[in-house]
Ligand binder design. Sequence first.
Ligand code: ZN
Length: 216
Amino acid sequence: MPARSDHSHGMKLVILGRDGTLNRYRDDHVKSPEELEPLPGALEAVARLNHAGWHTVMATNQPGIGRGLLDMAGLNAVHLRLNQLLAEKGGRLDAAFFCPHAPEENCSCRKPLPGLIEQIGERFGVELAQVHMVGASVKDLQTAQAAGCIPHLLRSERLGTVDEAQLQAAIAQVPGARLHADLAAFAEHVIQLDRRARADARGTALPPDTGPGDLA
Ligand SMILES: [Zn+2]
């Protein structure tokens, strides 16, 4: 059995957004478990990451709380439902970090500020530079950049009116940013990247990288 290389890589942790990443985004906020609609393949993608040894932590802005549209008990009920649905697919979230503030409260934890992500880094004792962060809006890319994480963006319906040129411009502004079709494609990318890194660390030859096509 090959030696574990965990020490050189640290804890494998991925930070995920919620609305538009795991479940369908609603302009009027997900206010109850009944309004939580998982995106096709998203929960399976989390389970796949978990099975490959990744901790998965959610980071989400929930201004509906600050606006009085739902309370903490309501948010907990939504997240309980999310975890139940995930468990049915063999997945889990290790933690759910959220900013409960409305924009006008000027807090330091509302994305794109990095406060929430820094809290995750401290809680789990991880080097944020090693952490992949994926979200459904350009704001998530900016958050990942501000926190020093590895930035990923999904082609989500949450991008809404952002056209392809604007999207490419936003990506170009964030060094190292990668765009994925969905969470399943993101999970596959991260898992393959990790396998290559571990194989390199062991000096084991893997088939050569044939370019972006092999990640499709
Ligand atoms: Zn906040």
